[in-house]
Design a protein around this ligand. Structure first.
Ligand code: OGA
Ligand code: NI
Length: 209
């Protein structure tokens, strides 16, 4: 069933995700697939718009809570990253088969955090929008170094926190409804591809933020 990654790797990752509510996978994509994504990112940068918070009828831009600029991906339009889309199909099939999640769709956006921006502690599910099930973030920061900021911080059980450096090729999956998290203030432009596997298909991400 799997083609991009070996089934035994997937089973290890799925186990971690089930046990710990998150899993970090370095080099989730090979260098040429990452390059395709970076190229599309650069091409679309002029079209990025300020991200909002909240759900339907409640969409507001609050720079103090969330300062990134985003660009929603569209599989039909964004055909220059075919291997990324195949990997998403594979991920969804694995989650459905081995975690019984009943995923039926996904939504992804590029994100850019300019220096001085952050995303305060939050959950990726809103009260009136509960279909985001698994969050995925793929980091695109070449030569990221301590001091550049923009780390992801996860708030785990027993008051534990985990800081994740947003380095190129690193991917994190976590359970959207149960892992509060924040993006620490970036000191340099911070790039990522972020998305959600959904329990029902949704085309509303661009409206909802
Ligand atoms: C988000 C988010 C985390 C990150 O977009 O909801 O929390 O590391 N992103 O970019
Ligand atoms: Ni989030």
């Amino acid at each position: 069933m799997t083609t991009k990654h070996q089934l035994e790797d997937w089973l290890f990752w799925v186990d971690e995700l089930s046990q710990n509510d998150f899993v970090i996978i370095d080099n989730f994509l090979n260098p040429s697939d990452l390059l395709q994504i970076n190229q599309l990112f650069q091409e679309t940068l002029p079209d990025f718009t300020k991200a909002g918070i909240g759900a339907i009828n409640d969409h507001v831009i609050r720079q103090d809570i969330r300062g990134d600029h985003t660009y929603w991906l569209d599989r039909k339009r964004d055909i220059s990253i075919p291997n990324f889309w195949s990997l998403i199909d594979e991920s969804m099939a694995v989650f459905n088969r081995y975690c019984y999640l009943g995923l039926a769709g996904y939504e992804f956006h590029f994100a850019k955090y300019p220096p001085g921006t952050l995303y305060k502690k939050h959950l990726d599910q809103f009260s009136n929008r509960t279909n985001r099930t698994i969050t995925m973030v793929l980091y695109l920061n070449k030569n990221w170094q301590k001091g550049d900021g923009g780390e992801l911080e996860l708030f785990l059980e027993n008051n534990k926190t985990l800081t994740v450096d947003p380095i190129l090729g690193r991917c994190i999956f976590f359970k959207s409804a149960v892992v509060p998290h924040r993006v620490i203030e970036a000191n340099k432009d911070r790039y990522s591809l972020t998305g959600w596997f959904l329990q029902q298909p949704s085309a509303l991400g661009q409206i909802l933020g």
